[in-house]
Design a protein around this ligand. Structure first.
Ligand code: 5AD
Ligand code: SF4
Length: 456
């Protein structure tokens, strides 16, 4: 294995899962002598880790590849540049990418990153044409091992991949494949290693994370697959881990045990992302969400009963095919009932190959924009009110780095709000209590009530 120093540039598009995957690709490539570069100029290896969720995703990748071509030509004289396309666009387009953009040397789907060193060698030998987009998740995690490089105090850990829900607007089931969960032992080994490197907060990731059903720890096989609630309680026992989060969940996979975990596990942060997408039962049915608006609100009520300080975030889509003014009103009603701390909202856009794209009753763009503006105003008011409700409260804050001003610290509240406070740098990496004195749309500020560590 050669260990000459080489420059690696990874451009990451899309979700947290891709951010995590990019980090893992770096981990696999570090032993080969690759060091991260900030820009693609002069890099030995450029990886575009693509996302398929936004409209025209593939087109954006092709135009980025166009921009890389002159850089690759320039580098030809000094060792050459290898260009790889990874992620969901790679999965969806496969060999087509190398046909349309000969500048690409290799294409690697989300399940085969552990094979990158092999694919790079193959690409060098064959001068291009290395492709691997098989679905073999199990293999990927086994081979990626648990030796991760970390920065800061918070890390993402993939516990589940893929989705079997087939919401009619979404490409994920096609690009990421069927639901699959990592074995508990493997997850725990990775988190222990992270904790030893100073990580204090983990976010358990999965496209449909609360469908988690991983093999139980060895010696406890008789218990059968573990659910997410059991996993969360187990992770809470790992020394050094002070905060646990997980994302993204589906209402249909909310079981009583997971709700109970919010009540009995203080390290599980009282902030929960549960997308609903729409408030009209007719639209929810057409989206194939497999639940009603009432069922969603009932879950939120149960969560609030279990953990009174819990705050809810969500995702909403406006302008799904067939959405009338009355359907949109139902979305606004649901938003008023739930009262979100934060919520992403999108205009529906067609994803090729999904049932929604073929529906005949598409909504006019102008109507979608108008509805989105109304929804976003309501959500923005809810978020501002939520932030203001923090004033006067004392919150545990995980301090992550120095603030912009001298003597200032920047940290995160349990609700992922940015918190600024005057305090000593020694607190970085610890949880301290902050009395909140002011709130803006995006951040909070206050003062330390004492430097003592708290449990959460
Ligand atoms: N159009 C608009 N929004 C979408 N999302 C997923 N697919 C689409 C689409 N076709 C949104 C959903 C999902 C979030 C990650 O992206 O709200 O929860
Ligand atoms: Fe996509 Fe989420 Fe629906 Fe799965 S549950 S199809 S990932 S929106």
């Amino acid at each position: 294995m050669s260990t000459t120093r080489k420059r690696l540039f990874i451009k990451t598009y899309g979700c947290q899962m891709n951010v995590y995957d990019s980090d893992r690709m770096k981990d696999v490539l570090t032993p080969l002598g690759y060091e991260s570069a900030e820009t693609p100029e002069g890099a030995d290896l450029v990886i575009l880790n693509t996302c398929h969720i936004r409209e025209k995703a593939a087109e954006k990748v092709y135009s980025e590849l166009g921009r890389l071509r002159p850089l690759k030509d320039e580098k030809a004289a000094s060792g050459g540049m290898t260009i790889a396309v990874a992620g969901c666009v790679a999965q969806a387009e496969g060999a087509e990418i190398m046909k349309r953009a000969p500048v690409v040397d290799l294409v690697v789907g989300p399940q085969t990153y552990h094979k990158l060193p092999e694919l790079i060698a193959q690409a060098h030998r064959a001068k291009g044409e290395a492709l691997d987009t098989e679905f073999e998740v199990e293999d990927k995690f086994d081979r990626l091992g648990s030796d991760r490089q970390v920065e800061g105090y918070s890390a993402f850990v993939t516990v589940q991949e893929g989705c079997d829900k087939f919401c009619t607007f979404c490409v994920v089931p096609y690009t990421r494949g069927a639901e699959w969960s990592r074995p508990v032992d493997q997850i725990v080994a990775e988190i222990r290693a992270l904790a030893a490197k100073g990580i204090r907060e983990v976010t358990l990731l999965g496209q449909n994370v609360n469908a988690f059903h991983g093999a139980p720890p060895s010696g406890r096989e008789a218990e059968g697959a573990w659910g997410l609630g059991q996993l969360v309680r187990h992770v809470a026992l790992i020394g050094g881990i002070e905060r646990i989060r997980f994302t993204t969940s589906h209402p249909r996979d909310m079981d009583e045990d997971l709700i109970q975990a919010f009540a009995d596990t203080p390290k599980l942060m009282p902030y929960f992302h549960l997308p609903v997408q729409a408030g009209s039962d007719k639209i929810l049915k057409s989206m194939n969400r497999q639940h009603t608006a009432e069922e969603y609100v009932a879950i939120i009520d149960r969560l609030r009963a279990a953990r009174p300080d819990i705050a809810i975030s969500g995702d909403m889509i406006v302008g799904f095919p067939g959405e009338t003014d009355a359907d949109f009103e139902a979305t606004l009603d649901l938003v008023r009932r739930v009262n979100y701390a934060s919520c992403f909202s999108f205009k529906y856009s067609k994803r090729p190959g999904t049932p929604g794209a073929a529906m005949f009753n598409q909504v006019d763009e102008g109507v979608k924009s108008a509805r989105l503006a109304v929804l976003q105003e309501l959500l923005s008011d809810q978020q501002a009110a939520f932030n203001e409700s923090m004033i006067g409260r004392t919150l545990p804050v995980l301090f992550e780095k120095p603030g912009r001003m001298d003597g200032q610290l920047h940290g995160r509240s349990p609700y992922l709000q940015s918190v600024h406070v005057d305090g000593p740098a020694e607190l970085i990496g610890q949880v301290g209590e902050v009395r909140i004195e002011a709130a803006s749309r995006n951040s909070l500020s206050g003062s330390l009530t004492g430097s003592k560590r708290s449990a959460a």
